[in-house]
Write a protein of this length. Structure first.
Length: 352
């Protein structure tokens, strides 16, 4: 079996599949969608895309191979002495979000998974929104991040390792500042797949792999675990993770990146619930070979009930719904499953 692991890795390394960044379709990526909803789009490092980003900062290469992957918004801004502009736009975007939702009592934040283009994420978000009977005082934020995009199983494996780090940066450097805007609100976070890592990283600093952290600073001049802490603003935060592509390591304290050592993180008392799905028929979380689900950046939380039971010992706020029998990893299929409606109802969220 060990030789099989090396065979899989060898195929990944030797493959020449085309991988692209998940970049916005237009030049105004952060925008009001309706009276109660807003869309934000961040790059691989959690920087908010500014308006007219391509014409001002230069083209953000779609090629996400190792050779070209260093070209982030921050890198382009540094090259053109526009880092101040990028920082100013971050502040402007956050101010706009705060103003838009200042009178909302409940905020839904939807987070897609890795290997999703903007169009694919849109379909998942629209499906989620069709299931919820939003109330007058509800607000919705659609959160787009760069989980990279590739084709086929080999392509998915090829982008997986970088995408896992990007999910952590998106949570730490973009989602957390958004959460810090709100006080005395009910916040419902709904994620799919590796979007669960964005969610967790928004709540507290994740355990980055040292190599990824070093490369992020070397290539982009960005230090990980350098963002603001989650503010204690008396919010009530509820987390729903559909098909979470996580392992127990993702709950470890920042100094540990192993699956069997170190202590588990302590989350804010504002976090009231973490509800996950567990599905032994999800082949993506299984990584097609059962033993691989717990290796190479684990995905077994959403696949193996034993991981949930282990974490439950440290997190009494965790609960789960059995999704066995759903032979899919699709955001849309999880959202369309009647068991998702049952989860929403358990959170006292009205459904359509």
């Amino acid at each position: 079996m060990r030789n099989y692991y090396f065979l899989i890795i060898g195929i990944i390394v030797l493959s020449s599949c085309s991988a692209t960044h998940n970049i916005p379709n237009n030049q105004t990526p952060n925008e009001t969608l309706s009276s109660n909803s807003y869309k934000v789009f961040v790059d691989q490092n959690g920087d908010f895309y500014p308006d007219r980003w391509e014409s001002k900062y230069g083209e953000h290469p779609k090629n996400a191979t190792k050779k070209n992957g260093a070209y982030s918004l921050n890198t382009l801004a540094i090259r053109q002495n526009l880092t101040k502009d990028l920082s100013s736009f971050r502040i402007e975007t956050l101010d706009e979000i705060k103003e838009k939702f200042i009178n909302n009592d409940r905020i839904f934040i939807l987070i897609h998974g890795y290997n999703n283009s903007e169009n694919e994420a849109d379909l998942g978000f629209e499906t989620i929104k069709s299931k919820i009977d939003f109330q007058k005082k509800d607000g919705i934020i659609e959160f787009y991040w760069d989980g990279l995009v590739a084709e086929g199983p080999i392509g998915s494996f090829d982008i997986w390792f970088n995408a896992t780090g990007y999910s952590q940066l998106a949570g730490e450097r973009a989602l957390r500042p958004i959460l810090n805007l709100f006080s005395n609100k009910n916040i419902v976070l709904i994620s799919h797949s590796r979007g669960a890592s964005v969610l967790l990283s928004g709540l507290s600093d994740p355990p980055y792999k040292k190599k990824f952290a070093d490369q992020t600073f070397e290539l982009h001049e960005i230090k990980v675990q350098n963002g603001p802490a989650l503010a204690e603003n008396n919010n009530s935060i509820q987390a729903i993770m559909l098909a979470p592509a996580l392992g127990q390591v993702d709950f470890r304290t920042p100094e540990y990146y192993t699956s069997d050592s170190g202590s588990f993180r302590v989350f804010s008392n504002q976090l009231d619930n973490i509800h996950i799905t567990v599905n032994r028929d999800d082949k993506i979380l299984k990584k097609y070979v059962k033993a691989l689900s717990s290796k190479y950046n684990p995905t077994d939380l959403g696949y193996n009930i034993g991981v949930f039971e282990l974490l439950k010992q440290s997190y009494s706020i965790m609960s789960m719904t059995d999704f066995n029998g759903l032979n899919s990893h699709s955001f849309i299929d999880y959202a369309n499953d009647k068991r998702f409606l049952e989860i929403l109802k358990s959170f006292k969220i009205k459904t359509n």
